[in-house]
Design a protein around this ligand. Structure first.
Ligand code: COA
Length: 163
């Protein structure tokens, strides 16, 4: 088994289609039919440009894209009042879950946000608030996205990198 590597998706463009299909399978039932595979692919493509944000990072092991995380300018339309930027689209392939890859991806994204000078990073989650709290994220409050209750959490990347 090779070492897990985490790198910008822009450095691994051959993984884009594989990730888009995985993201689409994971989230299209929640987001709805307008979020087609082409839209998922276009969003990932947008996060491979020259701008600091948006950016996507992919975890690769044994040649397989086994996880990813993104830094986004905006995430859900319902949460625009919170500002941004956002950590979003955290995903680990089902066969690789509960091995610490999700936690590594979150830490990697926080480190990359610090490098980009982000003061405060936000995320929302319907089910995994405890997971993020265990990684040092703090509760901002409750909200609704597409009618579903979510927790909004924040972290301060530059401070997190010093601790
Ligand atoms: C949420 C998600 C990214 C977590 O990824 P993961 O790689 O399983 O995350 P980790 O392994 O770092 O941690 C997950 C749990 O496994 C536990 N764990 C980590 N390593 C472990 C190990 N070696 N053995 C047993 N458990 C372990 C962690 O303590 C954590 O426990 P918790 O559920 O009580 O918080 C993954 O389940 C996923 O992709 N879900 C679908 C998409 C999704 O919901 N994304 C999040 C949107 S907010």
């Amino acid at each position: 088994m090779s070492l897990l590597q985490i790198a910008p998706l822009r450095d691994w463009p051959t993984k884009l289609d594989e990730l888009a299909a995985a993201h689409h399978a994971e989230w299209s039932p929640l987001i709805g039919p307008d979020w087609t595979l082409d839209v998922a692919r276009a969003e990932l493509h947008d996060s491979c440009g020259d701008a600091p944000l948006p950016a996507t990072f992919v975890a690769v092991q044994d040649g397989e894209a086994c996880g990813s995380v993104s830094l986004l300018v905006d995430d859900a339309d319902d949460l625009r009042g919170y500002g941004g930027p956002w950590l979003g689209s955290l995903w680990v392939s089902p066969t690789y879950r509960r091995r610490g890859i999700g936690a590594r991806l979150v830490r990697h994204a926080v480190e990359e946000a610090a490098r980009r000078g982000v003061d405060r990073l936000l995320l929302f989650t319907p089910r995994h608030a405890a997971f993020y709290r265990s990684l040092g994220w703090a509760d901002v409050g409750g909200a609704r996205v597409r009618g579903e209750p979510v927790d909004v959490l924040s972290c301060y990347p530059r401070i997190a990198m010093q601790s």
